[in-house]
Design a protein around this ligand. Structure first.
Ligand SMILES: Cc1cc2nc3c(=O)[nH]c(=O)nc-3n(C[C@H](O)[C@H](O)[C@H](O)COP(=O)(O)OP(=O)(O)OC[C@H]3O[C@@H](n4cnc5c(N)ncnc54)[C@H](O)[C@@H]3O)c2cc1C
Length: 499
């Protein structure tokens, strides 16, 4: 059964920090979102904001290939975006505002992060945004999963969605904003929550939007190595407070690798932890001497205690894990994609801000800053909804839930497209993914994963060097001739007339 909605306001797909910020910054919006919470709720560390020149330098220095104009926007507009958030918080409750404090986080060594709720900053930020959306008369929420974009041949004019009862909905809108988050779930070892499967990026690929930088998946060095999926994150703040990385014999292994030891860049730490695993020498976080661990890190403590580890007396086993997709739908600094009528923000978008290796605490802020900018651009450029639409030919009536083939894809991605890659493994992944594709295409999540995984492998094969979070065993050196972002245009897709 198909249900047609002809909207007069923009359609925002996704209800994380980026989607909510866009919706709240528009004069009216429909927010279509699944009931899965998204990564924003899980962010532990903080939001960087200080806006000082030092902050800018630090972001550029740690983020090789970062686009200076995107950094400029993040750093320049960051304080105003945080003030906006604080105003929302104040409107909801004075108490909420009181809990937002300034403090430092992890490897950047600067007093530049906003944190609240101890190690549950994301939940606190989302509590404010969710409250503001609920209180808004101009935002309507639709519960469902967007599965494809609709075009009129020239611009994006809507999306196909399925609701919780598997009914198909056609939503025509003056503008569509994708804010569906990242794609860590494509890896069997990840910190990302269920739902972070890159569906928005896959939809945009099928509609013909340009994509960029998919080879740059950032791996977090300290996910808790326990039998859970996703792996619980152990925040950088513990290392900032003096926790060390040690092997099974209690020997620190980072001091010989980088002068900043445990506060080295994430990519380096992740590789060191990964190598410890390969050697069988183990990787553990020793946080036993971190004072006030229980007070400041209740989330980490609760995760550890739930599997019988007490970080105050035990070493915590850690693993690298897929954490943040730097690449995504290629956009300008106002969130405009290469397709008229389509915008993208947050982890689903690729503005060039993060270069090849995101600096921590920039992702929530990215959603706030670029979400507000995108709303301005959407307001200027939105056009009345059309009544003719075409969409990629595919089975929108497929079940959503992925089957065992999706698990196979995740294992393949972790094994061959993970922390360390090489040409032979990437080709193997490519061939195995191609063989799996017909089975993957039997579910909505599987078909998106197939679309995306093949693009990630292609991007990793194209970059024959090691840079930031992309490490090639067969091309370990940095190649200055590849010091640029790679933006690609996916090939044409067959379409069917929809409305
Ligand atoms: C464990 C963890 C800790 C982190 N810690 C930090 C930190 O301390 N600081 C920081 O800056 N960043 C941190 N990050 C990264 C940051 O949380 C994310 O990059 C950011 O929150 C992404 O926001 P988003 O709005 O783009 O996506 P999300 O918050 O993931 O939201 C995506 C939304 O889209 C919806 N959705 C997805 N697909 C569809 C679809 N097809 N149709 C409809 N709706 C859909 C989901 O339901 C969800 O509402 C962390 C991430 C994780 C996983």
């Amino acid at each position: 059964m198909t249900d047609l909605h002809n909207l007069e306001v923009p359609l925002v797909v996704g209800g994380g920090v980026a989607g909510m910020t866009v919706a709240l910054s528009l004069n009216g919006a429909v927010m279509l979102t699944t009931d899965l919470p998204g990564s924003s709720w899980w962010a532990q560390g903080g939001v960087s904001t200080s806006g000082t020149p030092n902050d800018r330098k630090k972001t550029e220095r740690w983020s090789d290939l970062a686009d200076p104009s995107a950094v400029e926007r993040l750093v320049g507009d960051g304080p105003e975006a945080v003030l906006w958030l604080r105003r929302l918080a104040r409107r909801l409750s004075e108490d909420t505002d009181e809990t937002v404090i300034l403090g430092a986080e992890g490897a950047d060594g600067l007093d530049r992060a906003i944190e609240s709720g101890d190690d549950a900053t994301g939940a606190e930020v989302m509590r404010v945004l969710t409250g503001a959306v609920a209180a808004s008369d101009s935002i309507k929420r639709l519960l469902g999963r967007a599965v494809d974009l609709i075009t009129d041949g020239e611009r994006i004019v809507g999306a196909v969605a399925v609701d919780s009862r598997a009914r198909r909905r056609i939503v025509m809108a003056p503008a569509v904003v994708i804010a569906t988050g990242g794609m860590g779930r494509l890896y069997s070892v990840t910190t990302n929550p269920p739902g972070a499967d890159g569906s928005g990026i896959a939809m945009a690929i099928r509609a013909g939007a340009r994509i960029a930088d998919l080879e740059f998946m950032q791996f977090h060095p300290t996910a808790m190595a326990v039998s859970k999926d996703p792996l619980p994150l152990v925040t950088e703040r513990l290392r900032d407070r003096g926790a060390t990385l040690v092997d099974a014999h209690g020997r620190r292994f980072m001091s010989g690798i980088h002068p900043a030891a445990e506060l080295a860049p994430r990519a380096l730490l992740a590789r060191a932890v990964w190598r410890q695993g390969l050697r069988g020498t183990g990787a553990y976080l020793d946080a036993r001497h971190v004072l006030e661990l229980a007070d400041h890190h209740p989330t980490v403590l609760a995760h550890a205690m739930s599997v019988g580890i007490d970080p105050r007396s035990d070493l915590v086993p850690v693993s690298a894990a897929a954490h943040f997709q730097i690449g995504g739908i290629a956009t300008d600094l106002d969130g405009r994609s290469s397709l008229p009528g389509l915008w993208a923000v947050g982890e689903a978008a690729s503005t060039g801000l993060h270069g090849s290796s995101r600096l921590l605490s920039n992702a929530l802020l990215e959603g706030l800053v670029f979400g507000r900018r995108a709303a301005g651009s959407v307001t200027e450029a939105a056009e009345p909804s059309g009544d003719i639409g075409y969409c990629p030919v595919d089975g929108h009536d497929l079940p959503i839930t992925p089957g065992p083939a999706f698990d196979e894809l995740r294992k393949l991605m972790w094994e061959h497209v993970g922390v360390e890659r090489q040409g032979s493994g990437l080709w193997e992944a490519h061939n195995e993914l191609s063989a799996l594709e017909p089975v993957l295409r039997r579910t909505l999540v599987g078909r998106d994963a197939a679309t995306l995984a093949i693009q990630v492998v292609a991007a990793a094969l194209r970059r024959t060097e090691s840079r930031g979070s992309h490490f090639r065993i067969d091309h370990q050196a940095l190649d200055p001739s590849q010091a640029r972002r790679v933006v690609v245009e996916p090939g044409p897709v067959e379409v069917e007339r929809l409305v």
